[in-house]
Every structure is written in structure tokens, then in C-alpha cells.
Design a protein around this ligand. Structure first.
Ligand SMILES: [Zn+2]
Length: 423
């Protein structure tokens, strides 16, 4: 029986991913998966290989069979296989057997996962240095010297200057408000002038390649480049992604219109330069940055996008996905759950900028669907593997392993697909 992968795992992935990703201990998985409704299916033994080995010469006109530890929504198939036809469509997944003359890639010691989905990045900025180490301004000077100095935990706790090197909300670092250092990150990866050279495009191509190298096939990144990862927020870069009425994701960094006009401190009112209207819900998914920060001003953004208060617009709906939403309390999270929304978590970027991240365990206890994302290189991760590593670290060091490995994997596959309306 020929079954498309899409039918088995419920993901809208016609392009496979494949990544002989990481060496992986199934013993660990068995332990960590206790309580999850996930089967481990042991398929008949295959030849054990240290590295992936190919038999017969690869031929793009013939199906490719890949064997290893196959991850799906409902089961892990040890010694499982995937058959990909010559059109790139996955035809079979599970305990399968390849014909004798087939082209087989045997990755018995590796994990084979659906392509990772990154629901939040800024692809035009990812050629900038990580702010945490060495963020430089246009003239080559370190734009926030406190980062270097205060990343040392002892100095962070003893030096007075380090009391002020983290931020409380987004516009503080964007504009250097409250006397804090501005973080500068030029967005010159994507040329917007007719005389732009091919060389300039290379920055954004490189940024997408870095995601592909980490097994990522889709990035909502406020732009992109045709021909590499799929960009569901750019209608000309969906690249085979089929969506309802071919609608796209409405990626919105400034749903309150405070990109350049940031002089007013909004708290207790919604007098922002330009608050979105509910028309944004006509999109496949409305994907705004909301409440990026840890103080009342950050929380006020959530108030003004959830129908609470004078001038507030309620855009909490099943096709809304909020990014960051750090300054949310349990009542906010309950409203997000009630609207059947997904919350996009960027722990590395949040902690780098604000010294804290969203109360992700609280979100999960309330039942909110959580997806993981990189944000951008100035404060976040270079790719999804790195962000997964950060999420794993905070989960084990601070969340008492609240999330299983399966939970973390869902954040970059199933939940991320739902976050972008492509599940
Ligand atoms: Zn962002």
C-alpha cells in the first residue's frame, strides 16, 4: 500500500526533510517518553552502520530509500524506512523493505525526522554578529560593551554597570531608551535597490542555507530567498506549499506601529502609533510580536491586542500565533488557550535581551500549544538545532525537565506547523 507521509504524520510536508540529524540514544528516548502516547516500533534488523552508507549509485529518476530511526507523530520506528519517489514525495514510512536493486541510504545509527519548521526568524538580519558576544555597530565598534563584561556571572552580580545591561522591553534596545545601550543590527542582507549586486543577495542565501544545514525546510522569517527554504510569509516564496485559498502568513514585527515612533511610554492606554485591525485575521495566520519584554509596558501590548482596555483590538483567534509574549500572566495564557492559539517561544533571544523568558511551563500547564523559534542572530540562535539545545538546557536546569524530548521535538515540527497554519 502506498501511503503519503502527509497522511501518516499529519504534517503538510511534501518535501521531506531528511537529515541524518544527530546520533541519538533510544534508551534515553524510552525513559523520557514515559507518559506520552508515542509507540516505539522495532522493525526488522538492518545492517548497523556508523556513518550513513549508500548502496547503488544515486539516481534522481529512481526512488530513494532511507533507513534509520524514523520519527513520526505517533511512533518512533527503530530500523524504520522512508521511500521517497523521484518527484520528492514520500510514499512509505515505517517498517518497510526496499527492493534488491534500490538506491538505499542506510543511516542505522541516526535519527530521521520530518523537516524542522521555524515559525519566527528575521532572515534579513542574520549576517549580524551575536550580540551576546560581539555585536558591532556600522562603524565596527562594539555596540553594547556591557554584554561582554556582564556575561560573566560574577561581574554581573558585583559591578554596578551590570545592573543595567539587560532590557525591560524591546524599544529600549532598539532605540537606546532609558539610558541603555542601543543594539544596532543593519538589515542590509536583502537589497532593495535596483543596482543591488548578486553579491548582496549572498547574505540572505547564506542565512537560509544555515537553516537548511540544520534540517529546516520552512522559515517564517520576514522575507527570504526563492529556491531554498519555504517562506510562508512571502506569497512568491511558498515553493510548493499548499495553503487554504493560497493565503499566506501575515508576519508582523510591529502590530502597534511603534517601529520608529517610540517616544511615548504606553501603559494603561492603547495610544500607539497604529494598532492593527481585525482585518489581519483574514490571513492564513496573523503572526505578530507581542509583549516582548518583562515589564508593565511590555504587558500593555498584550492588553491592547486582546480586547482589554480602551482602544484595544482583539486579535486573539485560532489563526493568530503570538511571538515572544513574555509578559503574560496566567489569565493571559488562559485567553490564548481559549482562542486555540499557538505561542512561539525564543528562549535564547529572550534571556540574552531581558534576562528572562516566557513562563513556558505555565503556558504548558494551561494547555497552550508551544512552538520554538530562533528569532535572529544578534540575540538568538543561528539555527533550530542550536535553539533546541538552548531549550533543552533551560528545561533541564530550570524547568525540572517539565518537557519531554518528544515535547521539544513537537515544538519544531507538529506545533510549529500549526503555528503557521500549514499542518
Ligand atoms: Zn523577532
Amino acid at each position: 500500500m502506498k501511503i503519503k507521509y502527509i497522511n501518516i504524520v499529519g504534517l503538510s510536508l511534501t518535501v521531506f526533510l531528511i537529515g541524518c540529524a544527530q546520533k541519538h540514544s533510544l534508551e534515553t528516548q524510552n525513559t523520557q517518553l514515559n507518559g506520552d502516547k508515542l509507540k516505539i516500533v522495532d522493525c526488522p534488523a538492518i545492517k548497523v552502520t556508523d556513518k550513513c552508507e549508500i548502496t547503488n549509485t544515486y539516481d534522481k529518476n529512481k526512488p530513494l530509500w532511507i533507513f534509520g530511526n524514523v520519527l513520526t507523530q505517533s511512533a518512533i520506528y527503530t530500523n524504520g524506512g522512508i521511500e521517497i519517489d523521484s518527484d520528492g514525495i514520500i510514499q512509505q514510512v515505517g517498517c518497510i523493505e526496499a527492493p534488491k536493486d534500490a538506491v538505499v541510504l542506510n543511516c542505522s545509527s541516526y535519527v530521521i525526522s520530518p523537516g524542522l519548521i521555524n515559525p519566527h526568524d528575521h532572515l534579513k538580519y542574520n549576517h549580524n554578529f551575536p550580540g551576546g558576544q560581539n555585536n558591532r555597530d556600522a562603524t565596527g565598534n562594539i555596540s553594547n560593551p556591557y554584554y561582554l563584561l556582564c556575561n560573566d556571572p560574577i561581574k554581573a552580580n558585583t559591578l554596578e554597570v551590570c545592573q543595567n545591561y539587560r532590557y525591560d522591553r524591546r524599544n529600549e534596545w532598539r532605540k537606546g531608551l532609558e539610558g541603555k545601550p542601543q543594539i544596532l543590527a543593519p538589515d542590509d542582507a536583502f537589497p532593495n535597490t535596483p543596482e543591488a549586486t548578486a553579491n548582496e543577495y549572498k547574505k540572505i542565501v547564506w542565512n537560509e542555507l544555515r537553516h537548511i544545514m540544520a534540517g529546516t525546510t520552512t522559515v517564517a522569517g520576514s522575507g527570504g530567498y526563492y529556491g531554498l527554504v519555504r517562506n510562508p510569509d512571502v506569497s512568491t516564496m511558498m515553493e510548493g506549499l499548499v495553503t487554504k485559498n493560497q493565503k499566506k502568513v501575515d508576519y508582523e514585527t510591529f502590530p502597534l506601529g511603534d517601529s520608529s515612533n517610540v517616544t511615548g511610554l504606553n501603559y494603561g492606554n492603547c495610544n500607539y502609533p497604529k494598532v492593527v485591525t481585525t482585518d489581519v485575521l483574514d490571513n492564513l495566520i496573523f503572526l505578530p510580536h507581542v509583549a516582548e519584554g518583562i515589564n508593565d509596558y511590555a504587558h500593555n501590548e498584550l492588553e491592547c491586542l486582546s480586547g482589554n482596555g480602551n482602544g484595544s483590538v482583539n486579535v486573539e483567534a485560532s489563526n493568530s500565533t503570538f511571538i515572544h509574549t513574555i509578559a503574560a500572566n496566567p489569565m493571559d495564557a488562559q485567553n490564548i488557550k481559549n482562542a486555540d492559539m499557538t505561542f512561539v517561544w525564543s528562549p535564547r533571544s529572550n534571556i540574552s535581551l531581558y534576562g528572562n523568558t516566557a513562563q513556558t511551563v505555565m503556558y504548558d500547564n494551561i494547555g497552550v500549544r508551544i512552538a520554538l523559534s530562533t528569532d535572529w542572530t544578534p540575540s538568538g540562535s543561528i539555527n533550530m538545532f542550536r535553539e533546541l539545545s538552548c531549550a533543552n538546557e533551560i528545561n533541564s536546569n530550570y524547568f525540572n525537565n517539565h518537557f519531554t524530548k518528544y515535547d521539544l521535538w513537537k515544538m519544531v515540527t507538529i506545533n510549529a506547523a500549526r503555528a503557521l497554519g500549514i499542518d
